[in-house]
Design a protein around this ligand. Structure first.
Ligand code: NAP
Length: 492
């Protein structure tokens, strides 16, 4: 018998109003890990009510005191890192070193956000009038809705929840239906750390109903969403109807440029990790390899040898390099893109099939397409699987043009030994993140994370930018002259 999880609203486990449940399937073994209650619109309403009460209490607690809850949560996360990582590998498939990294990212952002409890800096500035002081204060927004994807089941929720909490907001949180357990564990840890009831509420179930109810709820003031471009666009349109602040972190089609002056061995390791780490299911995964023609043959031959050596299987085993993809729909989507690539005339150099490592789950071979033209769908659209498209170019200028030829702009990388190439790439690549001599993945929590063009709507997560995502700025004027002073008039 698997455990049935309820919703968590107002500090209590609550039965959902729908009476429906859904399963949490291990993508490697197809074992059912848990059953979870599906929230209804009424439950979202209750969660918002609870969050409003929670907000009143939480927002009045001084930020350094709120930060203490986060510090305790960070320590609990540290103590439970291994347990959470193992559960995550079971729940979403990526290999244990990577799920440990996911938990570590949650620990890092929690400590970082706790530190912000004693900063939350505004500005003090001069006034155009005498005996008058001007400053800005950061205020919480209120009840914030959070909707997250499955590929970083604890890191991405933490990137949102921790900065939102330290700045005094209350939360209604809907995690991805493929990874509810890690989300529940995170909420439990925060409660154990001393978060007051109602400040963080979790409602589970499909994006199309539960997520939609959050997005459309008139008393939710802001939505923080990470997921696909299609869903993000809908949320932005819908959010406008109730004047919500909507922050979006969406997809990527991330390029790595390898110049003919690059350290080839270093670049090979980076491409392998960037393209096939997390089975290609990272928003920052390397999905386009832009190769200088002079090194094309050597690079591809060596990449082929290394890729063939990758071992596919159960992410819990130390010998595994690549785990399963998340679910059947994702597996089928990857298969469709492989067919599209072939139809478009690209050369399937390696992989392209589902595979059976002795487990019934959703396994797909690492796949490399060469002779890819920049306009092909496999070079334009996010596949979100272990599929790499190789495009050949003859100059840095052409490489940058190809890199920019997509609707996305999240991460990017260049491998080069030439500082001029590196700086030109930093300046010209349209992306929120550019790595030099490192792969497209590997963000650190004290730097802003996010992208340009179709990757988002101008917000960034992590770093000090995260504080902006979850605060309103208030301008304050204090006049101690004892008389009426008129700005723009008396200052002349
Ligand atoms: P998705 O289908 O957009 O789902 C993301 C979340 O939105 C899930 O919780 C989903 O619920 C929910 N959802 C779906 N439809 C909704 C709707 N109409 N209203 C409200 N919520 C809705 O994305 P995904 O395929 O799971 O995730 C992969 C995508 O996320 C990729 O595009 C990837 O690049 C992107 N991503 C971006 C970043 C970044 O920081 N830029 C990081 C990681 C991933 P269910 O789970 O119930 O469907």
């Amino acid at each position: 018998m698997v455990h049935e999880y309820k919703l968590f609203i107002g500090g209590e486990l609550r039965d959902s109003s729908t009476g429906e449940v859904f399963d949490d399937i291990n993508p490697a073994s197809l074992e059912n890990l848990a059953t979870l209650q599906v929230a209804g619109i009424e439950d979202v309403d209750r969660a918002v009510e609870a969050a409003e009460i929670g907000f009143r209490i939480w927002s009045e607690i001084p930020a350094p005191r709120r930060a203490e809850v986060l510090l305790r949560a960070a320590r609990i996360l540290q103590e439970r890192k291994e347990e959470l990582a193992v559960l995550m590998t079971k729940e979403m498939g990526k290999i244990l070193p990577e799920t440990r990294g996911d938990v570590q990212e949650a620990i890092d952002i929690t400590f970082y956000a706790a530190g912000e409890g004693r900063r939350m800096l505004g500005e003090t500035t001069t006034s155009e009038l005498k005996e008058k002081l001007c400053m800005t204060l950061l205020r919480p927004i209120g009840v914030v809705g959070m909707i997250t994807p499955w590929n970083f089941p604890i890191a991405i929720p933490s990137w949102k929840i921790m900065p939102a909490l330290v700045t005094g907001n209350a939360i209604v949180f809907k995690p991805a239906s493929d990874t509810p357990l890690l989300a529940i564990k995170l909420v439990e840890i925060l409660m154990e750390a001393g978060l007051p009831p109602g400040v963080l509420n979790i409602v589970l179930g499909p994006g199309g109903t539960v997520g939609k109810a959050i997005v459309q709820h008139p008393r939710i003031k802001a939505i923080s969403f990470t997921g696909s471009l299609e869903t993000g666009k809908w949320i932005m349109e819908e959010g406008a109807k109730t004047m919500k602040r909507v922050s979006l972190e969406l997809g990527g089609k991330n390029p790595v440029i390898i110049m003919d002056d690059a350290d080839i061995e270093l670049a090979l390791e980076g491409v392998l990790w960037g393209a096939f780490g997390t089975t290609g299911q990272r928003c920052t995964a390397t999905s386009r390899l832009i190769l200088h023609e002079k090194i094309k043959n050597e690079f591809i031959n060596r990449l082929l040898v290394k890729t063939k050596a990758l071992r596919i299987g159960n992410g819990l085993l130390p010998e595994t390099d690549i785990g399963p993809v998340i679910n059947k729909a994702q597996l089928e989507k990857i298969e469709r893109y492989v067919r599209t690539g072939k139809e478009e005339g690209a050369t399937l150099l390696l992989g392209g099939n589902t595979t059976d490592p002795g487990l019934p789950g959703y396994f797909f071979e690492p796949t490399i397409f060469t002779d890819v033209r920049p306009d092909m769908r496999i070079a334009q659209e996010e596949i979100f699987g272990p599929v790499l498209s190789v495009i050949t170019v003859s100059s840095l200028e052409e490489a940058i043009e190809v890199a920019n030829n997509t609707k996305y702009g999240l991460s990017s990388a260049i491998y080069t030994g030439n500082i001029i190439n590196a700086f030109k790439a930093i300046e010209k690549i349209e992306a929120g993140i550019t790595y030099v001599n490192a792969p497209t993945i590997g963000a650190e929590v004290h730097l802003p994370f996010g992208g340009v063009k179709g990757t988002g709507n101008g917000f960034r997560e992590a770093g000090t930018e995260a504080i902006k995502e979850f605060t309103e700025v208030k301008a304050v004027y204090i006049d101690y002259s004892g008389k009426l002073q008129k700005a723009q008039i008396d200052s002349e």
